[in-house]
Design a binder for this molecule. Structure first.
Ligand SMILES: Cc1cc2nc3c(=O)[nH]c(=O)nc-3n(C[C@H](O)[C@H](O)[C@H](O)COP(=O)(O)OP(=O)(O)OC[C@H]3O[C@@H](n4cnc5c(N)ncnc54)[C@H](O)[C@@H]3O)c2cc1C
Length: 482
């Protein structure tokens, strides 16, 4: 075996060593390993990583490199079209086999098929695996053999399917001779002038160890009560695993088995655990939809929305992006997103509903902003969720259900802790007017140091009127469809 040619492991959105089937298969082959990561901006086109994702990627690659070097391996970094880079690395290393874990972005599926054929034509053995999902999207089917369009029966089917146990990290591997690698710094993934990500490190520890630690802390501190508290942005009530899951620093199978083992060991919390796993199930559903409807990120899943009379006012869109809408819960969410690269799910729904229904801006523009600013920006989850809020998606919230940003704020941030944290200029307002500062008396505003229109904006639209306009707009497409 000493002279066996190397095997190439192509890391993509699976930046971990445990439960990584491609890496495991390479280790089990006993052959020397070349580890490669390619920055694929050209191949990705419009869906190249956004700014916050690039920040995460830089940290995650640094962490993966450190983990690999403990096993005596190097991570080779290259950029460019994957087909060309792979051919070069295969030529340089003499590898005769390649292992990768499958990705499900439509551009990747098409691109990977081409690459696979080209490599096989050149005599390279290509093996791909599932590392990112509980089940492959094509294996979850209705009784009639069709893809699911509704979440509940999808989940009912999914949760009954056996989930393979996670694969342990290989204890020993052989390294292939070193190849030249780009210096990560030259990829300029980190923002400069200004460094808008300067607060990110206080919130995140990218990398496999950080992911495992997040899961353990969540199971210990927040699983119990998750079912009730998961809607509260003022509490640390959810796992915040989404960027780790997106980058594959932890896999859903690990989360599945670890969560079930935790409740078995600690008893109770059964309902909370299944609620949590059902959210991981929503992620699977998003991937299922993206796989079967690859236009999901760009086109309305329900074509009747193609005729929707959007207003798409630039100034209103800008105010939304910057967290200057005059609606405190919306502004808190948009500022949390900018400062940390993440936003609580409840507030994602509120801010998305506000953009689409109060401002009549097409959902794709919100999707694009989230794509650029979220550290967990994920083609499947982002697209499916925006279409869910818009009412244009599969199993979506009905269009006429329009979130009221005041009552949502009062319900889910009852003491105003969340708004006070992210909109500090309103912090001194009393609870009863915090979510609607325009109803505060002159005395209340003065005592809190708030001058509406100066220190904090007036509402950019009147919610009641905006709601009516949105419903009228919806009527027009309903009429057309009738
Ligand atoms: C408009 C909008 C855009 C979104 N964009 C993204 C995105 O780009 N990337 C992303 O990962 N999630 C997205 N979500 C879904 C959800 O908001 C996040 O997954 C969740 O807030 C992540 O926080 P958490 O890890 O603490 O979640 P937890 O409540 O701890 O849930 C555990 C995991 O389940 C998955 N999950 C939870 N809720 C959902 C959901 N509604 N849909 C799909 N998967 C879910 C996530 O992978 C999450 O990490 C979006 C939601 C909305 C309304």
């Amino acid at each position: 075996m000493g002279s066996a040619p190397p095997v190439l492991v192509w890391f993509r959105q699976d930046l971990r060593l445990t439960d990584n089937p491609a890496f495991r298969a390479a280790a089990d082959s006993g052959r020397p390993i070349v580890c490669l990561f390619i920055l694929e901006d050209e191949d990705a086109g419009a869906w190249a990583h956004g700014g916050a994702s690039r920040w995460w990627l830089h940290q995650s690659l640094t962490s993966l490199q450190a983990d690999l070097s403990k096993l005596g391996l190097n991570l080779v970094l290259r950029r460019g079209p994957a087909e060309r880079v792979l051919a070069e690395v295969i030529e340089e290393s003499g590898a005769t086999a390649i292992q990768w874990n499958r990705c499900y972005e439509p551009w990747r599926i098409a691109r990977d098929k081409t690459i696979k054929t080209a490599l096989q034509d050149n005599g390279v053995e290509v093996t791909s695996h599932n590392a990112a999902l509980l089940q492959e999207p094509w294996t979850v089917r209705t009784q009639g053999g069709h893809p699911f369009k509704v979440y509940s029966p999808f989940w009912k089917t999914l949760r009954q399917m056996p989930v393979p146990a996670p694969l342990p990290k290989p204890a020993e591997v052989k390294a292939a001779p070193a190849l030249k690698s780009d210096d990560l710094a030259t990829w300029a993934l980190l923002p400069r002038n200004p460094d808008w990500a300067r607060a990110f490190p206080a919130h995140w520890t990218p990398g496999e160890a950080g992911a495992v630690e997040k899961l353990e802390r969540f199971l210990e501190d927040a699983l119990k009560g998750y079912g009730n508290d998961r809607n509260r942005p003022d509490k640390p009530s959810t796992s915040r695993l989404s960027p780790h899951l997106h980058w594959g620093e932890i896999g859903p199978r690990q989360i599945w088995h670890r969560t079930l083992a935790h409740i078995e060991a600690h008893g109770g919390g059964d309902k909370d655990a299944w609620k949590f796993l059902s959210e991981v199930g929503w992620r699977e559903f998003s991937y299922h939809l993206l796989y079967h409807w690859p236009n999901l990120p760009e086109q309305n899943w329900r074509s009747q929305f193609d005729d929707f009379p959007w207003k798409d006012d630039e100034a209103l869109y800008e105010a939304w992006c910057r967290g200057r809408t005059g609606y405190p819960i919306v502004d808190a969410g948009m500022r949390e997103l900018w400062a940390t690269g993440w936003m609580h799910n409840r507030v994602r729904m509120i801010t998305a509903s506000f953009l689409i229904k109060d401002l009549l801006v097409p959902w794709q523009r919100g999707e694009a902003w989230f794509w650029d600013t979220l550290v967990d920006a994920d083609l499947a989850n982002n697209a499916a969720s925006w279409q869910w809020v818009a009412g244009s998606g599969a199993d979506a919230a009905p269009y006429f259900r329009i979130f009221n940003p005041v009552s949502q704020g009062e319900k889910f941030d009852p003491k105003g802790d969340y708004v006070r944290a992210w909109v500090p200029e309103l912090a001194e307002l009393p609870d009863e007017v915090l979510h609607q500062p325009w109803t505060a008396s002159e005395d209340q505003l003065r005592a809190a140091g708030v001058t509406l229109g100066e220190s904090y904006p007036h509402p950019i639209v009147d919610h009641k009127e905006a709601r009516k306009l949105a419903l009228d707009a919806f009527e027009t497409i309903k009429r057309k469809a009738a």
